[in-house]
Design a protein around this ligand. Structure first.
Ligand code: AHM
Ligand code: MG
Length: 344
């Protein structure tokens, strides 16, 4: 055991920093870790058993649900229901939030918004997928928790994390005191601390965006791509394009190597594609805690006031200087279009 620190040990150790903590958040994180291990087992054997492919139903976003999506959703909801610390789960796979009404959850203080299996279009072909979760504290003090308890800004998150099921499986989380990463050691079935105090480089060379949508991008994004692809030795350009199509895996790589992940608004999806409450907010919390930036192009993601559980937003997230650069192009463009409107 020498030198190994498991996720469970680490969570307990951190809890000791807060002498009045009752261990509820620690137990919640532990429950998520257990469900992640079960999902990991199924993701790993997805090619062997009849779990690939569509399950036939369509989720609230109008997307076909894959079998593994459904499996992951069931596992996380079951873990949070049995754990007793969570009063509401908001999931990408569920139209409405789920109020947990089990005898062990009567005093539950936490709300979890989760994308149980992100990057689901990659399941069928053995490419990395992930889980993303955001933890909020319930605001109301009596009665049943409601949607108003869920719809809190990202600044109110008490914890956030993701699991990336890749060539190895990692769980990365923050409680607002830095970011720590744990790699699953399959031989002992434990997440072990492998990436303590993760920091994203202030600048990088990687940009991640679905360039197939180029024609529909805002002008500021087109200008940034032109900048990224132009040659300039002093700033290490041209940059390198890397796009897996699983946000968790793309952002995880950029967090380690330095880079930017962009999913902008397009003329076809004017609110963007990714979901604020369970995709963008948790990733923004983590990346900011690692020293990076996350914005919708004009303001911090975590400052956006949510109106709906499944609300979408544009996102520019990653190395601080890269996000600021693209924000600069977007601001220039906004100012120029404002001028055009005035002149006209
Ligand atoms: P999902 O939650 O249905 O899997 O969708 C989210 C995913 C992100 O992981 C990924 O970065 C993006 O959608 C890919 O979208 P696109 O295929 O439009 O590039
Ligand atoms: Mg998703």
């Amino acid at each position: 055991m020498a030198g190994i620190k498991t996720l469970g040990q680490f969570i307990l150790e951190k809890q000791a920093d807060f002498p009045y903590a009752k261990g509820e958040l620690s137990r919640l994180l532990r429950d998520i870790g257990i469900a992640a291990k079960i999902v990991n087992r199924e993701v790993n054997k997805a090619g062997l058993v009849d779990i690939l492919g569509d399950v036939g139903s369509v989720n609230v976003q109008g997307e076909e649900q894959k079998k593994l999506d459904v499996f992951a959703n069931t596992q996380f909801i079951a873990a949070l229901t049995c754990g007793g610390e969570c009063c509401i789960v908001g999931s990408e796979e569920e139209d409405e939030f789920i109020a947990i009404d089990s005898p062990v959850s009567v005093d539950a203080k936490y709300i979890v918004c989760i994308d149980p299996l992100d990057g689901s279009s990659n399941i069928d072909c053995n490419v990395g997928v992930g889980t993303v979760f955001s933890v909020l504290r319930r605001k109301s003090v009596e009665g049943k928790a409601t949607l108003a308890d869920v719809l809190q800004r990202g600044t109110e998150q008490v914890a956030a994390g993701y699991v990336v099921y890749g060539s190895s499986t990692m769980l990365v989380y923050t409680t607002g005191k830095g970011v720590n990463g744990f790699t699953l050691d399959p031989s002992i079935g434990e997440f072990c601390l492998s990436h303590p105090d993760m920091k994203i480089p202030a600048n990088g060379k990687i940009y991640s965006i679905n360039e197939g949508n180029y024609m529909n991008f805002p002008e500021g994004v087109k200008k940034y791509l032109h900048y990224a692809q132009s040659t300039d030795q002093a700033t290490n350009r041209p940059y390198t394009a890397r796009y897996i199509g699983s946000m968790v895996a793309d952002i995880h790589r950029n967090l380690i190597k330095g880079g930017i992940y962009i999913y902008p608004t397009t003329t076809c999806s004017q609110d963007g594609k990714l979901r604020l409450m369970y995709e963008c907010n948790p990733m923004a919390f983590i990346v900011e805690q690692a020293g990076g930036k996350a914005s919708d192009g004009f303001r911090r993601i975590v400052d956006i006031e949510p109106k709906d559980l499944h609300q979408r937003t544009s996102i520019y997230i990653g190395s601080k200087e890269m996000v600021e650069m693209v924000e600069g192009f977007l601001a220039e463009d906004k100012a120029a279009s404002g001028l055009k409107v005035k002149v006209g």
